[in-house]
Ligand binder design. Structure first.
Ligand code: SF4
Length: 227
């Protein structure tokens, strides 16, 4: 008998979805944690804001100097937009991101006493923070599963595996949080992000060596794209 752990207790689950759940929680989709370097909630929040449409490696290349110069939300709140732009210039969309980091720093300083808030509702009041960023920070900094962060990897894989019919992150989050038990949400995000980077890639998914090949409705999608 297959192991029952990891299945959501309150939802009727189809046989196909059960296969997908077991697969995504198995050792065939290893959990790796976040690749963003951060040593406290503020650093993680900044790193996640900077990571939008940018690789983790690029973010990790600018954050050491940024955090050495501006180590806290309070210190960052005193900086100018130009100063922040200079520090994160290597990251794409750096002007918008500098404004978001500055706005978040000022609100955290003014409203939350310099501490990153630890609830979804409070995080969503910060400039530049949407559900994905808030969920990553809640799990990574506070170990809280208030939602499931849906980024480009998670949305793509959910669609390919037939869980979603659109890439709408809110819809994907609802479907995934109904399928997986709450204690697995952060873990499932990390697994799907790594699986998306290493196997089910956007352009050239490695279907021939994928553990989901026998039941994935999009098996061979790379070949179909080339035709
Ligand atoms: S079989 Fe291909 S499309 Fe399906 S999950 Fe695996 S890599 Fe992705």
């Amino acid at each position: 008998m297959p192991k029952q752990s990891g299945l959501h207790k309150n939802v009727a689950i189809t046989r196909q979805n059960e296969r997908i759940i077991r697969f995504l929680l198995s050792e065939r989709v290893p959990e790796s944690g976040s690749l963003l370097k951060a040593s406290n909630p503020w650093e993680l929040l900044v790193a996640v804001i900077l990571s939008a449409q940018c690789t983790d490696e690029r973010v990790n290349s600018v954050t050491p100097a940024l955090f050495a110069r501006l180590p806290t939300a309070e210190a960052t709140a005193q900086a100018t937009q130009e100063e922040l732009e200079e520090l994160i210039r290597k990251v794409g969309l750096y002007r918008n991101k500098a404004a978001a980091v500055l706005g978040a720093a000022r609100r955290i300083t003014d409203v939350y006493g310099g501490e990153v808030p630890s609830s979804l509702d409070e995080l969503l009041t910060l400039p530049g923070v949407g559900r994905k960023t808030a969920n990553v920070v809640l799990f990574g900094a506070f170990g809280r599963n208030e939602g499931l962060a849906v980024d480009t990897h998670v949305g793509r894989i959910a669609c390919r595996l037939g869980l979603c019919d659109s890439r709408d992150p809110a819809r994907a989050e609802k479907i995934l949080t109904n399928l997986f038990p709450r204690e697995e949400w952060g873990n499932v995000n990390h697994r799907m992000v790594r699986f998306g980077r290493e196997v089910c890639k956007a352009r050239n998914p490695l279907c021939s060596s994928c553990g989901a090949a026998s039941f994935c409705p999009k098996h061979g999608v790379a070949l179909k794209q080339r035709r």
